[in-house]
Write a new protein. Sequence first.
Length: 305
Amino acid sequence: MKIVPFDDTAWVKDHPTGTISFQHSLKGEPNSPDNFMYILGRQDADFWMPRHRHNFEQIRLPVRGDMNLGRGMVLREGEVGYFPEGVAYGPQEDPLGDAAPGERVQLVLQFGGASGCGFMSIEQRRQARKELAETGWFDGNYYHRADGKVKWGLNEIWEHVYGERLKYPKSRYQDVIIADPKRFNWLPVPEACHVDRRFLGSFSERGVWIEMVRVRAGARWLSTEPRGQRLMVVLSGRGACGRTPIGRLAALQIEARETLDLSAETETELFVVGLPPVVVPTEEPEQFDYVEITDAVRRTAQAPA
């Protein structure tokens, strides 16, 4: 089991726009179809992103403030968004307005989907950006090659790391799926006294699941899950896993068949994502394409002096 406490000093600017700071909490195994990255994202300035999509999946939960998904769709504070691989969203325009820099914060889990494309680690991205900057230059989301061509930055990074074009899975779902946990009932967890669950859903043939778990003050939750590893974040309350104290926004990684032993000092609410192993298809149907989905109009970029 891995436990990572929240550290409000551990923010780094890893987003290509330079307006978002990340706190890296949990990560998987690079070059594995099961790889993932769990982060806290903090908005430090006005944010804009063109319409785009990914070859991996995302689950987002704004813990403070809302997130504009474009075309009239908004992920509100406390709601949970499931972003299937291949689904386009945006353009995103999120000016700070009356919010102070750093006031908007959200949980972001990015992970390889059922297609088997996997997820590129942040270390691979950083190294690729460093190497590509030796022959071209990045301007926000775009990369300017030495031959004068302008490419979507993540596509260029992927090709640099893996030596092949980035392919996008054709989406299994029509759009981003948003769930409001407050509209789901708390139901008792079998064989767990004073522990309740809000089950929000399970997605794709991989069977990724999302739920909220509430452990009442003074209660103890012993739990083992054979289906896959579980990633948990404490949304409220405090307690301990074994002898390790946990508090708000602490992140927990529990492997399949590993027993979680959690004691709640105060009523504690957990955000839980279950990640069964990816079963890579033996046959590849016609479910991929290579077309970038971005806005037709790019920002005019000037070469650095």
